[in-house]
Design a protein around this ligand. Structure first.
Ligand SMILES: [Zn+2]
Length: 91
């Protein structure tokens, strides 16, 4: 399972997929979706996990490296980057 920042959540609280903590929602689903759409491609959004602000800030600097790793993993499996993300999201 991929760990990508997102914040697309429902209900009054959400559970961070990275640290496992439970947090009150700091923004609406619409705001979260808009923010995520600005940062990620559609395939990446499908693979998005919900993470808290702290984890989000921690992993954002890692995104270029993570994307590079995913790109080589996709190449190794002979699928496109987008296809690979969709496959990963279902694992
Ligand atoms: Zn967290």
């Amino acid at each position: 399972m991929l760990e990508l920042p997102g914040g697309i959540v429902t209900g009054g609280t959400f559970t961070c997929d990275l640290c496992g903590g439970t947090f009150p929602k700091g923004w609406s689903d619409e705001e979260a979706a808009a923010e995520a759409e600005g940062l990620f491609s559609p395939a990446e959004l499908e693979a998005t996990s919900v993470v808290c602000d702290d984890c989000f800030r921690r992993i954002m600097p890692e995104m270029p490296r993570l994307r590079a790793e995913l790109a080589s993993a996709a190449e190794a499996e002979g699928v496109s980057f987008e296809e690979f993300l969709r496959l990963e999201a279902r694992r």
